[in-house]
Write a protein that binds this ligand. Structure first.
Ligand code: MG
Length: 255
């Protein structure tokens, strides 16, 4: 159940009124002001608790020099294909493990395991994001190596995962050129909270209206610190720069 974000719940169980506005979530204005402070308190408590567990996760990852990437995007941006390509190239050089988040099915985890990569699937059922507690619980049962990479593929959703720190080293938002140039403006919270923006499917640029310059421009309006990688997970274009970045991060960790 998605208690905090209210995706499949009424407003009274979800975000505050102001946050619904900020996130652009449609809601009923005839809500109950009498309950609002209580709701706000519940939501604050949930996010505070999440942040505390995220800090514990981060400490654990740092102690073991594990570089952790939280991959977030809309459904269909190519997260899993991007991950497959990255694993196939990099796991010869660095130990890699994966946590897959989806509402239902083990499909993505099965894809990852064909590479022989350790992978745990989390099914969130009605929930539309992973949280720090789920990661804490999952990591406890994994044999993560020192100086390794851990990819966390979040549930495909550009709204709610923005609110939940998992303890990752870097948050990576993936946008494909087929999604339109204005995605960063429509989902500013996600782009604001990300460190890295992967612009994927650049092999399809000749067939779509999007320009990578316009995606960058819009994303930088939201977050001037974003670092970009323009890639095609299908053709492999641009992927070498990405592999080198990850390799350098893992090699430099724990020095
Ligand atoms: Mg996927």
């Amino acid at each position: 159940m998605c208690v905090t974000c209210g995706c499949n719940h009424s407003h009274s169980e979800g975000l505050t009124h102001e946050e619904m506005h900020a996130l652009g979530i449609a809601h009923d204005h005839e809500h109950h002001h009498s309950g609002e402070s209580r709701i706000h308190k519940v939501e604050q408590d949930i996010l505070l608790e999440n942040n505390l567990i995220a800090a514990r996760n981060r400490g654990y990852f740092e102690a073991k020099s594990i570089f952790v990437l939280n991959l977030v995007s809309s459904p269909g941006s190519g997260k899993t294909s991007f991950l497959e390509k990255t694993i196939s190239e990099l796991q010869k050089r660095i130990p890699i493990a994966v946590i897959e988040g989806d509402q239902q099915t083990d499909n993505d985890a099965d894809r990852i395991r064909t590479f022989g990569t350790p992978c745990v699937q989390i099914n969130t059922q009605n929930g539309c994001h992973l949280d720090a507690e789920m990661i804490h619980h999952t990591v406890t049962g994994m044999d993560l190596k020192e100086k390794s990479l851990l990819f966390i593929e979040n549930v495909g959703n550009l709204v709610c995962p923005a609110l939940f720190d998992l303890g990752e080293s870097k948050r990576v938002v993936i946008i494909s050129v087929t999604e339109g140039d204005d995605k960063p403006l429509k989902y500013p919270y996600m782009f604001e909270s990300a460190d890295i923006c992967i612009i994927n499917k650049i092999d399809l640029l000749p067939y779509v209206d999007s320009k990578t310059e316009r995606i960058r421009e819009n994303a930088l309006k939201i977050n001037p610190h974003l670092i970009f990688y323009e890639v095609s997970a299908t053709s492999g274009a641009g992927m070498n720069v990405w592999y080198n970045y990850l390799y350098d991060q893992v090699k430099a960790s724990g020095r």
